[in-house]
Design a binder for this molecule. Structure first.
Ligand code: HEM
Length: 461
């Protein structure tokens, strides 16, 4: 890529490049701070890798042109690919298994399909409420992110595969979650630290990683075997679909190894992003009494004074302000903070930056979502930005928390239904107070999440 005209951060150092000033454990936050001074496009050299970061709505819009750009499975994705192969998230655009899996699974993620998951989502949300009730009775605060993670892990496990992680019954995370967290950290570190001794120090040994991957595979293989051993089971969930459905056009089916990889992918992709979004929404709402009061007025108007409402599937779409608060939280902290696109041919980005076939760029969402040309006072939490008709007044590609085009998030409707339902129920049930002294800290892994954020719940009824 023609990078001579693209600004880079100050203090570039020979050989290592632009790593000075990137805070350990906070690459997203430091790159955001740096990039805001550099403009809608900047470049960072990290050892031999040049990372072009795009955060302007026009340039992101241009990268959404699928006739010229495709998903780039590079940077942090190859180490993940070693774990889940050509499953949906890590496949190249033109790999046959991507199209096959996409076509087989897409019907399971339509808005209508969500009605089939609603009852289980509600069941799991009530388990979270029971946990918070117990804390409220003791007058104790709750740890928000670990609890929303329990909720989302349990929801995807039960709705997708009929598997219970029993997340609310254990104090420590399920071994699958421990292995997954460590394996993702290892994969992420391997992407930037090729030297084994240093990598071992930061992310543990290769042997530990192998053991973690074996735990992931062993767990899902057990679930698949149990399903296959039960000829009576015709559960219409994701696993049932993958095992039984042939491609509508070709008649092809997913092979067993691919099914295993898809399951791990769904468990990973299907929980951390949603729990982070829910936690950020709770953080911002409890910091903004006006917004909190409006959200609570909305849920009260829908569910009234009953302490234990019976939300219908259609209720979730009626919670417009709650949804706007979630959208706004995802604007400020898009929990999947970026995606990569590569040029399919020699082209010019934004009419100005020459790219050769194969050159790639990172669409950096925290920056895109704070483009001051599009979002006035961009750091302010304001759910009204997502009020009726507002989106039409913005450029089409200014807001992309779920990615873009055919490689955008297949689980978008799933995440939104699950999160709005849970958030609505929490707001209906509790008066929530956050310790005054808490300042938002963000844990960065593959995703972003609030760290150390606690709330004191008190029953409203
Ligand atoms: C708030 C929650 C979520 C956010 C912010 C989010 C974000 C994203 C983004 C940005 C991408 C595109 C990545 C890229 O282009 O490289 C993506 C892809 C994907 N997401 Fe999500 N996601 C969320 C929830 C979910 C859920 C609940 C599931 C599954 C149940 C899921 C499954 C996937 C899969 C399988 C892909 C790959 C799709 C493909 O390339 O065909 N996500 N997600």
């Amino acid at each position: 890529m023609d990078i001579a005209t693209i600004p880079h951060p100050p203090r570039r150092v020979p050989v290592i490049g632009d790593v000075v000033g990137i805070k350990v454990g906070k690459p997203v936050q430091t790159v955001l701070a740096q990039s805001r001074g550099l403009g809608p496009i900047s470049v960072r050299k990290v050892l031999r890798t040049q990372i072009v970061t795009v955060g302007g709505a026009d340039l992101a819009g241009d990268l959404s042109d699928e006739s010229r750009f495709c998903k780039f499975v590079g940077l942090h994705l190859p180490p993940l690919r070693q774990v889940v192969g050509d499953a949906l998230f890590t496949a190249e655009d033109d790999e046959p298994n991507w199209q096959l899996a996409h076509d087989i699974l897409a019907p399971a993620f339509t808005r209508e399909a969500m009605s089939g998951y609603h009852a289980v989502m509600l069941e799991v949300a009530r388990e979270l409420l029971a946990r918070w009730d117990a804390a409220a009775d003791r007058g104790q605060p709750v740890d928000v992110t670990p609890d929303t993670t329990r909720l989302t892990m349990e929801t995807i496990g039960r709705t997708g595969f009929g598997y219970r992680f029993a997340s609310f019954d254990r104090d420590e995370p399920h071994p699958f979650v421990v292995a997954m967290t460590r394996a993702l950290h290892y994969a992420r570190v391997s992407a930037v630290l090729p030297w084994a001794p240093v990598r071992r120090l930061v992310a543990g040994s290769a042997a530990q990683h192998d053991a973690d991957v074996a735990t992931l595979r062993g767990t899902v293989d057990q679930v698949i075997r149990a399903r296959l051993d039960d000829p009576a089971s015709d559960a219409p969930d994701l696993l049932g679909r993958m095992l039984r459905t042939a491609h509508p056009g070709t008649g092809d089916r997913l092979d067993p190894v691919n099914i295993r990889h898809q399951m791990i992918t769904f468990l990973v992709a299907g929980h951390e992003t949603t729990s982070g979004a829910l936690s950020f929404a709770l953080y911002y709402l409890t910091r903004d009494q006006g917004a909190l009061a409006r959200a609570q007025a909305e849920v009260d108007a829908l569910w009234g004074e009953t302490a234990d409402p019976e939300p219908a599937f259609a209720d979730v779409a009626k919670l417009r302000y709650v949804r706007a608060a979630l959208d706004e939280a995802l604007r400020l902290w898009p929990t999947a903070p970026g995606y990569l696109r590569a040029a399919r041919c020699d082209t010019v980005l934004g009419g100005r930056y020459r790219m050769n076939e194969g050159d790639w760029a990172l669409v950096f969402l925290p920056l895109l979502h704070r483009d001051p040309q599009v979002w006035p006072d961009p750091d302010r939490f304001d759910p009204d930005r997502f009020g009726a008709g507002q989106a039409k007044s913005r450029p089409a590609h200014a807001y992309k928390p779920f990615g873009t085009g055919k490689r955008s998030c297949i689980g978008r409707q799933f995440a939104l239904h699950e999160a709005v339902l849970a958030l609505g129920l929490i707001l209906h049930r509790y008066a929530l107070t956050a310790p005054e002294a808490y300042e938002l800290q963000i844990a960065e892994s593959l995703t972003l999440k609030p760290r150390g954020f606690r709330l004191l719940p008190r029953r409203r009824r």
